[in-house]
Design a protein around this ligand. Structure first.
Ligand code: BGC
Length: 323
């Protein structure tokens, strides 16, 4: 409080430039600069924190050792708060210990630490989504599609033959979306058969490659494509287009997660059947508001923090999107 009063006084006496210099400093360490979803999340954080927080962003390019060094450097630079998107969620245990050792508030986002690791430091938080809910919504979207389009059971065997494109192994969103999407399909009363699953590491290019390969092997036996994210779904659509799909009557339901800008475009064009929103704007807002509270030395409560939080974990709700 005292700090804020001093800040306001400074603002009046010296003008806005001086006040800006006093903004709390947040060190953001992102796992990669090449991820579409993370790019949009960071863009939202930047936008929503203007004038209240001073963010500095570094990228680890998928290398946990490099990220550990970057976090150490941020600490040496004297940041007030750390906001880390870990390369490897299991390695977050080290980052949590570091933050604790330096008595710095830590916000982890997008890659969820193990609960027991987060529990070890009461000034560590996680902001993300519930991948179980997102998987379920994907499964329900697929079930809706097949109820409305029974003819998409191409071989008429009463069973949906699907392929699954998975994100990075060990990433909670890849593991749980995969599990819960298929589980929801069967809970909706549909019979399913997995033809194959391929790991495409969240990437559009790999999604395209893997899908082209799957089409070579399974051809028209594929009746549904489930992808752990939109980039891989869009890659799959490129491969499907190259194989003649989406030109005339020949179509296939492809379902992703994220609702990125290019995915929304593909939905509008009728190529991507549906996606589940991974609300970057609200996740960014939660990170920014949490950082502001922690910088002022306040713990988030139901009164000062408008997002659902349990055991210092914030899950932003998701919703399905189709045309
Ligand atoms: C998103 C992916 C993204 C990944 C990065 C997931 O929640 O759906 O698009 O690549 O996070 O960690």
């Amino acid at each position: 409080m005292k700090r804020w009063l001093t800040l306001c006084l400074l603002l009046t006496l010296l003008g806005p430039a001086a006040a800006r210099a006093e903004l709390p400093r947040v060190g953001i360490c992102a796992y990669s600069s090449r991820d579409t979803f993370i790019g949009s999340l960071l863009g939202q954080i930047r936008e929503r924190s203007q004038g209240t927080l001073d963010f500095q962003i570094v990228y680890a390019q998928n290398d946990q050792n490099r990220q550990n060094d970057q976090v150490l450097q941020m600490i040496a630079d004297g940041v007030d708060i750390l906001a880390v998107n870990p390369v490897d969620r299991v390695s977050a245990v080290y980052l949590i210990a570091l933050a604790r050792q330096h008595n710095l508030p830590l916000i982890l986002f997008n890659r969820e630490p193990l609960r027991e690791d987060l529990a070890a430091y009461d000034n560590a938080y996680y902001v993300g989504i519930d991948p179980r809910q997102q998987g379920e919504l994907q499964g329900k979207l697929a079930a809706d599609y097949f109820r409305a389009h029974p003819e998409q059971d191409l071989n008429g065997d009463g069973i949906i033959q699907y392929v699954l494109l998975r994100g990075e192994p060990g990433h909670q969103d890849a593991e749980l979306r995969s599990l819960f999407s298929v589980r929801a399909l069967t809970q909706e009363g549909l019979r399913v058969q997995k033809l194959a699953e391929e790991t495409a590491y969240w990437e559009k290019g790999l999604g395209q490659e893997r899908m082209a390969m799957l089409l070579n092997v399974y051809g028209h036996r594929v009746e549904l494509v489930i992808a752990n994210n939109d980039d891989m779904a869009l890659g799959a659509i490129d491969a499907l287009k190259a194989a003649g799909y989406f030109a005339g009557a020949q179509t296939i339901p492809v379902i992703g997660v994220d609702a990125t800008a290019p995915a929304m475009e593909a939905i509008a064009q009728g190529a991507l059947y549906g996606t589940v929103e991974n609300d970057a704007a609200q996740q960014a807002q939660a990170v920014v508001e949490l950082a502001a509270l922690l910088a002022a030395g306040n713990a988030p409560t139901a009164d000062n923090f408008p997002f659902p939080m349990t055991d210092r974990v914030v899950y932003i709700p998701s919703r399905p999107v189709t045309q």
